[in-house]
Ligand binder design. Structure first.
Ligand SMILES: Cc1cc2nc3c(=O)[nH]c(=O)nc-3n(C[C@H](O)[C@H](O)[C@H](O)COP(=O)(O)O)c2cc1C
Length: 270
């Protein structure tokens, strides 16, 4: 099957498509780029998206599905910095569910995050059921309690979370967020976790644009990665998949008024 289609009238043989190809699928022929090994194309779309003449098409990433970039200047530096620094972990949520279409819009952007080899292999579970979320907190707490009983090697925060929940009814695990989003990857995927982290990071950065807030559900992840069956059973994960990341989502109850500082930058130059 021919992968690429070149408009030889338009092609100026500049070779940019060839230079940009991550897997060296293309070589320069007499009339323009030619494919060397179509099976190695990872469908990243770079060859089509970078052509200054719209002269190349690729069956795996058709030109018609690409969006013209009209604004070539990158986001203003100060705006970009503020955008990135404004993302905060939200731990106080309004008692209000997020409509399904908004949750889908949020996850929709997450699929544009990079994946190793452009695998695009991350899928999601979105939990809307309040009772199920309560059950998650309860089951994770039971797991932490069992871990604490095993000895002193457990995470420092477990006794704190257990006490907050059992003695004061405070949910430190899901922070009463109305939703929990789980990323999933194929069971045998080596880069499943990394791909999920990128994907959920995109989601976290985009959330405020939808009026939403999020927070990484790290304790839930620990319990999942420990393979705690009573928790995994709640999620009904397809047999060929594993959960690779967890983030809580909802409408923030409060607004941050200031950007916080971080530790001083440490760089080693070589
Ligand atoms: C891998 C990971 C796991 C985390 N787990 C939790 C968690 O279980 N509960 C929580 O409240 N925050 C969790 N966080 C949020 C961090 O505490 C937070 O990112 C950090 O304090 C910096 O604050 P900021 O996100 O508002 O900038 C987690 C963050 C990461 C990256």
């Amino acid at each position: 099957m021919a992968l690429i289609e070149v408009n030889t009238e338009e092609c100026i043989k500049c070779g940019i498509c060839i230079a940009a190809c991550p897997t060296r699928v293309l070589v320069m022929g007499e009339k323009g780029p030619e494919e060397l090994s179509a099976q190695n194309c990872i469908a990243c779309g770079h060859c089509v998206a970078i052509c200054p003449k719209m002269a190349i098409n690729n069956k795996k990433t058709p030109l018609v599905k690409q969006i013209e970039i009209t604004e070539q200047a990158p986001l203003d530096k100060e705006i970009a910095k503020k955008f990135l620094r404004s993302r905060r972990s939200i731990r106080c949520y309004k008692d209000m569910p997020v409509p399904k279409d908004k949750l889908l819009e949020l996850v929709e952007i997450a699929r544009f995050a990079p994946t190793a080899g452009n695998g695009q292999d991350i899928s999601y579970i979105i939990i809307k059921d309040k009772e199920l979320l309560k059950r998650v907190t309860e089951v994770v707490t039971e797991w932490m309690e069992a871990e604490v009983l095993k000895g002193p090697k457990t995470h420092w925060s477990f006794p704190l979370h257990i006490r907050a929940y059992r003695e004061n009814g405070l949910d430190n695990i899901l922070r009463n967020a109305p939703h929990l989003l789980l990323a999933m990857a194929q069971k045998n995927l080596v880069r499943g976790r990394e791909n999920s982290v990128f994907s959920l990071a995109y989601l976290e950065l985009f959330a405020p644009s939808l009026g939403l807030g999020s927070c990484w559900a790290g304790i839930v992840e620990m319990c999942i990665f420990a393979g705690y069956a009573p928790l995994l059973e709640l999620f009904n994960v397809p047999k060929d998949k594993v959960i690779t990341g967890a983030v809580m989502v909802g409408y923030p109850k409060y607004k941050f008024k200031r950007l916080v500082d971080r530790n001083p930058l440490e760089v080693h130059w070589l």
